[in-house]
Ligand binder design. Structure first.
Ligand code: FDA
Length: 300
């Protein structure tokens, strides 16, 4: 299977843009904010919440980071205008974290201030390990002044449970995911069950402390275990939600919705869909496998 996935990645990179677009369209709301609004409205009409993400390429200049922030401000205004059940997700490097930490802080702060003024929320995504500490520091600084900001932690990182213990002190609003980047075995679990175990251990630490958790996974095993944990520990419904990526495991998403749990879908959109798709495919060959299988099974 690994070889199959690697082969697919090789093939995908050689494919014309239109073909990659065809492969990715299930996972991306479109290239414009108007298309993203239609996608979110459709989800909302079925009782599903969204978190909107403006796709962006790696930022090398402050001007690009400012442009990206302005697009995020537009998203927050659009949410208000269309009365969408949605919040905003933002990547710290897109806001300039790799250029200048103080600059990135001011950028994200502006987004959170805007979100606060319209009663909304900003989730800071977690990127690869060179940015873990910087992202946590950014979050901590913002959390001092705001309660409408949350962070993402990745269960594949061995450090995560200790990060939870530190962040619990701040009554953090979390999203917990497995993690999508390729990380060295010195810092990250590689075994599927070890990652799941760390996920559940982290989830328990988060929930037990009364924190709000976005349980972000499509792994049925983890979802079932989360169901059990929530019931056993009598976690109130306003202390968690489930989260999934657009276009992934939609039948499971509907089941969670039918079971009466809040569910939120990550809705990426924007003109940078192409490099984003290619990077995702390269970063996680498994995704390429999923896409290929979807194409052959005509599951759309
Ligand atoms: P796993 O990968 O084991 O998937 C379980 C099952 O879901 C698979 O067997 C397959 O059926 C299906 N599936 C999963 N991904 C699929 C895909 N792309 N296409 C089709 N089927 C698929 N990561 C990160 O590092 N930083 C972040 O900030 C975020 N943010 C984030 C937000 C939200 C809302 C989600 C759901 C996920 C993220 N992630 C993330 C990604 C996350 O870390 C992880 O890579 C993916 O969710 C896949 O892991 P699962 O837990 O779904 O398990």
């Amino acid at each position: 299977m690994l070889l199959f996935n690697k082969l697919i990645v090789g093939v995908v990179q050689l494919m014309p843009k239109s073909v990659v677009g065809f492969f990715s369209r299930k996972y991306i709301a479109g290239d414009t904010i108007e298309k993203a609004v239609l996608c979110v409205k459709d989800l909302n009409s079925r009782g599903i919440y969204a978190t909107m993400d403006v796709l962006g390429e790696s930022i090398t200049h402050k001007e690009e980071a400012i442009e990206a922030k302005n697009k995020c401000l537009e998203v927050l205004n659009t949410i208000v205008k269309h009365k969408l059940m949605a919040n905003l997700s933002v990547k710290p490097t897109q806001m300039g974290l790799s250029i200048d930490e103080e600059f990135a802080y001011q950028q994200v702060r502006e987004l959170i201030e805007k979100a606060k003024s319209v009663n909304n929320f900003v989730r800071i995504d977690m990127e690869d390990s060179p940015y873990t500490d910087k992202t946590i520091n950014l979050f901590k600084k913002l959390r001092n002044d705001f309660n409408n900001v949350g962070i993402v932690l990745q269960a594949y990182l061995k450090r995560t449970t200790s990060d939870v213990i530190t962040l619990n002190i701040l009554h953090t609003n979390y999203r917990l995911c497995k993690g999508i980047y390729i990380e060295p075995a010195t810092i990250a679990y590689k075994d599927r069950q070890e990652i799941r175990n760390n996920y559940l251990k982290s989830l328990e630490l988060m929930l037990k402390n009364g924190n709000y958790v976005g349980i972000a996974t499509h792994d049925e095993y983890l979802i079932n275990e989360a169901y059990k944990m929530i019931k056993e520990k009598k976690i109130p419904k306003d202390k968690f939600e489930f989260q999934m990526l657009l276009g992934v495991r939609e039948e499971l998403r509907e089941k969670i919705n039918r079971d009466g749990y809040k569910i939120r879908v990550y809705v990426p959109f924007g003109k940078d869909w192409y490099p984003y798709s290619i990077r995702r495919l390269k970063e996680n060959p498994q995704v390429a496998g999923y896409i290929f299988r979807n194409i052959f099974s005509f599951e759309r």
